[in-house]
Design a binder for this molecule. Structure first.
Ligand code: TRP
Length: 361
């Protein structure tokens, strides 16, 4: 069976380091292994509109931001198809048929949708499109026959829902759709990177993000203001790693080679952690180290972004070409889906013959 990767992001803002360690970094690594027959990276504008219906301009403006972040991180249009969801209308058609295979109560139980409804204060005014976006996400994934979907932990319920739809479809209409596998980050810190304030999740509205395109001074300011252990007051005090954002970020970003480069007194992260817990290591020293690490990680990304920014029409052209390719693939799947459902009347010579005989006597 072919190995196909598909994933994507809603264009509601610039991408941040949470996106990076949660999925983006992995996508680029996987892309560069050459192990995949096809890779599709989708800018999910239609999904973004499900809770931004009255703010389409936000979505429109952020498509290019996300595309630039993708290219900056090393997604390569020669190896990965970058495309815009709304430009592949077959996805809507697939969603429409999948809707018959999902119950309202099943959607109501989706934990991510539940949490999002609460966060947005939708309660009694949930847009139908928003409520059903897990179904449209199943269309995104199955349209490309994706076998591998690298995403963050919050997307787990979407993948479960997708697999249920796949199983249901295949059992009702015959083996047609491919069962996808979720690919989560192996590292606990990458699974749910907190905001710089230590709050559960990085989010634009909480103003606790470090963006991939952030300038060096901004990065430093944010790192220096990071939440640590509130009980670690004097340097001699023993410090705790639990919920200590600076150490969580080091878990997510630190590579062994950064120690000889930036902090040669320590052999590795374990040694640094041990000293912190024992007492005698100040927050500022750890923050300075983290700042060096993040600067080293983000500088090449920021520089590459600036290169791509010089030719914005070329970036739109990459998306246009990618969308054309994506549509061709989705159209083929839709054809197979309609054939399995036997709603391909005009290709169905047997049906026409059968009906002719029925009325023929
Ligand atoms: N829901 C994803 C997010 O919030 C975006 C997305 C839409 C997606 N369709 C997808 C991710 C299909 C993976 C596969 O960012």
């Amino acid at each position: 069976m072919k190995k196909i990767m598909l994933t994507g992001d809603r264009p509601t803002g610039k991408l941040h380091v949470g996106h990076y360690v949660g999925s983006l970094r992995r996508r680029v690594e996987l892309q560069n292994t050459g192990d995949f027959d096809d890779i599709f990276i989708m800018i999910a504008d239609a999904q973004a509109l499900t809770d931004n219906a009255d703010n389409p301009e936000k979505v429109r403006q952020n498509i290019i931001e996300v595309a630039l972040d993708y290219l900056a991180c090393g997604l390569d249009p020669e190896k990965s198809t970058l495309f815009i969801q709304s430009q592949v209308p077959e996805l809507c058609e697939l969603s429409f048929y999948y809707m018959n295979l999902v119950t309202v109560s099943r959607l109501q139980r989706n934990p991510t949708v539940k949490a999002e409804i609460q966060m947005r204060n939708f309660e009694a005014s949930i847009p139908v499109g928003f409520f059903t976006y897990p179904i449209s996400q199943a269309a995104d994934i199955t349209a490309f026959k994706a076998t591998t979907v690298p995403v963050g932990e919050d997307q787990m319920p979407m993948l479960e829902q997708t697999r249920e739809i796949v199983h249901k479809f295949n059992s009702v209409y015959g083996e047609t759709l491919v069962d996808p596998k979720i690919l989560l980050p192996e590292n606990e810190a990458c699974l749910r990177l907190p905001g710089i304030d230590g709050k559960a999740k990085m989010s634009k509205s909480l103003n606790n993000c470090i963006y991939l395109s952030e300038e060096p001074e901004e990065i430093q300011k944010k790192v220096f203001s990071m939440f640590t252990d509130p009980n670690h007051i004097r340097i001699e005090d023993p410090g705790s790693l639990e919920g200590n954002t600076v150490f969580t970020y080091l878990d997510a970003f630190c590579r062994p080679e950064y120690f000889p480069e930036f902090l040669p007194e320590y052999k590795n992260l374990d040694e640094l952690k041990e000293h912190y817990q024992r007492g005698g290591l100040g927050d500022m020293k750890v923050k300075r180290f983290l700042n060096n690490v993040l600067q080293a990680e983000l500088e090449p990304i920021r520089n590459r972004r600036k290169e791509f920014q010089k030719d914005i029409p070329a970036v739109y052209e990459i998306l246009r070409k990618g969308s054309i390719k994506a549509e061709a693939v989705a159209a083929q799947t839709l054809k197979e889906v309609k054939a399995a459902m036997k709603i391909n009347y005009f290709d169905d010579a047997e049906l026409i013959q059968e009906q002719a005989e029925r009325f023929g006597e």
